[in-house]
Design a protein around this ligand. Structure first.
Ligand code: 5GP
Ligand code: ZN
Length: 121
């Protein structure tokens, strides 16, 4: 089976290396890069190489890859030093326009390096 891609998708282009990004982690199925408009000292986006419009459709289509996003986040948190006993990080999937999803290629936000508030705005 070939992996889905969308030639018009920004994050497919980043995954393919056609648009530059500051890559911090890669695996066979995932790519992670720094958010262009960071909301915390660490703000990394972890994406599947395959194109799925959101986390829910990714979990249906490639459940193993969905799990790989979390494993990548764990490695990134360690690399960034935000996983210690006094640290902690937030993982977010905005899903749908009303939840502030603006790029319709599944992506996991990994945010850390500052105190987080709850509930989010
Ligand atoms: P969303 O709002 O869809 O959950 O998150 C999309 C994220 O992608 C935003 O935080 C936005 O700053 C980031 N973003 C949008 N365009 C680019 C880009 O071209 N490069 C990078 N590195 N991040 C981007
Ligand atoms: Zn895509």
């Amino acid at each position: 089976m070939t992996s889905p891609t969308d030639p018009d998708c920004l994050f497919c282009k980043i995954a393919a290396g056609d648009i530059p990004a500051t890559i911090v982690h890669e695996s066979e199925t995932t790519v992670a890069f720094r958010d262009l408009n960071p909301q915390a000292p660490t703000h990394v986006l972890v994406i599947p190489r395959s194109h799925y419009p959101n986390a829910a459709t990714l979990a249906q289509g490639e459940p193993a890859t969905a799990a790989h996003l979390f494993d990548a986040a764990r490695e990134i948190a360690a690399l960034e030093g935000i996983d210690g006993p006094d640290g902690g990080y937030r993982m977010v999937f905005n899903t749908g326009a009303a939840a502030h999803q603006t790029v319709f290629h599944a992506h996991l936000h990994v945010l850390g390096g500052r105190l987080m508030t709850w509930p989010p705005g």
